[in-house]
Design a protein around this ligand. Structure first.
Ligand SMILES: Nc1nc2c(ncn2[C@@H]2O[C@H](COP(=O)(O)OP(=O)(O)O)[C@@H](O)[C@H]2O)c(=O)[nH]1
Ligand SMILES: [Mg+2]
Length: 380
């Protein structure tokens, strides 16, 4: 008896393969929803497992027609066996069912997690974290902590929840979001070109204007490109807030003086190549006279994790207080966030999630952010 197993996303995919491989009259024996593991066994995705047999192998009256079986399968994907193979001699039927069961068991074994024991769970968490963008040393540390503190050690050596607990515990207070303080008056935004500094400033300015509690002013030292000044001016016009411009460090004090009536001044800086020490030096020259109460380093989540680490290291002379992560909408890997928080020992102020001003900005705890992993680590 030819019985084949198909694992597909959608039924029509299986139907096409079954027809092609087992003929037009093939019979669907069973369908059920399964989860297949990806990413070294840590991600799992829903699939439909379809067992099908070539029709000529069955007795003439056996089973539902392909079409009927398909309809049923679509209507209620669930575990089913070919209960309608009535005209087969019982012994033959029993034999075939045993064969199907064995094949299903084999197939499940292939999907099953790796055995416990040895360092496999450790390696798997470690690999998962690194794939998610966590620095290698931290990945190993957090994998060990997750296994050590696992509440459910039976499950592949800890669950995603254990991992998140471990990271949150390790970061302590740094795992809590840290938006701009109430008592900060001058807040500067630094970071590489194109990460979203100006857009993020516009979002934060808009939210404060909408809240109506603080008089917001904008200062830009980004006169490197005409378009950059225009961009911030446009936002200032829309929000009806004052804007000052400083071309040179010497102009900063007078520009700030023109914003004396504001109790929150958001300072935009030129996007520069943060991998170049000379660029950092230039940014620092502009930033020093600003005397910011808080300096926020803006990093795009679309950056390669290794580059983000370099950027964060290069930015040290700028005395960064907090991190902003932009473009969460452009990635599925959030491991860079706890990794940089740990490496810089600085909390996250905001996370931005798109181009819309002011909607696409969030104040997220590390737990909220990492909860995205629960999706991929499900044990279905
Ligand atoms: N997808 C996405 N795009 C963003 C986000 N924040 C900013 N951008 C876009 O990134 C580009 C550069 O933004 P800009 O604020 O000019 O960057 P700056 O050079 O750091 O000031 C613009 O097209 C923004 O609309 C975000 O959270 N998600
Ligand atoms: Mg800009």
């Amino acid at each position: 008896m030819i019985v084949r197993r198909y694992v597909v996303k959608e039924m029509p995919e299986a139907v096409a393969s079954i027809r092609r491989e087992l003929g037009q009259d093939a019979v669907i024996l069973s369908t059920r929803q399964i989860r297949v593991r990806k990413w070294l066994g840590l991600r799992s995705e829903r699939r439909i497992e379809v067992m099908a047999a070539a029709r000529e192998e069955l007795a003439a009256s056996a089973g539902a027609s392909f079409g009927q079986a398909l309809k049923r399968a679509m209507a209620e994907p669930g575990e089913r066996t070919a209960s309608s193979l009535r005209s087969e001699p019982w012994s033959q039927l029993a034999h075939e069912l045993a064969e199907i069961k064995r094949m299903l068991a084999d197939a499940r074994a292939q999907d099953a997690p790796l055995e416990e024991g040895g360092d496999k769970p450790l390696q798997r968490w470690n690999a998962f974290l690194q794939t998610e963008g966590v620095d290698a040393v931290l990945a190993e540390r957090w994998a060990r902590m997750a296994l050590g503190g696992a509440k459910s050690p039976g499950m592949r050596g800890g669950s995603v929840e254990d991992l998140i607990d471990a990271i949150e515990g390790d970061l302590g207070a740094l795992a809590q979001p840290s938006p701009i303080r109430r008592d900060s008056r001058i807040v500067a935004f630094v970071g590489p070109t194109g990460v979203g500094k100006t857009t993020t400033i516009a979002k934060i300015a808009a939210l404060h204007v909408l809240a109506g509690q603080r008089r917001v002013g904008l200062l830009t030292t980004d006169t490197f490109r005409i378009a950059a000044v225009e961009q911030l001016k446009t936002y200032a016009d829309i929000l009806n807030v004052p804007i000052a411009i400083a071309d040179e460090p010497e102009q900063v004090p007078s520009a700030l003086a023109s914003l004396a009536s504001c109790d929150l001044v958001l300072v935009d800086t030129a996007g520069r190549n943060f991998l170049n020490p000379a660029s950092i030096e230039q940014t620092k020259r502009m930033l020093d006279p600003v005397e910011a109460d808080e300096v926020l380093l803006v990093i795009s989540l679309a950056t390669k994790p290794a580059d983000a680490v370099k950027i964060a290291n290069m930015a040290k002379p700028l005395c960064v207080d907090k991190l902003i992560f932009t473009k969460l909408d452009e990635t599925e890997s959030v491991g860079m966030v706890p990794s940089l928080v740990a490496l810089c020992q600085r909390p996250v102020a905001y996370v931005t999630t798109g181009q819309n001003v002011p909607d696409d900005i969030d104040i997220l705890s590390m737990r909220d952010l990492l909860s995205a992993w629960k999706e991929v680590g499900g044990d279905g």
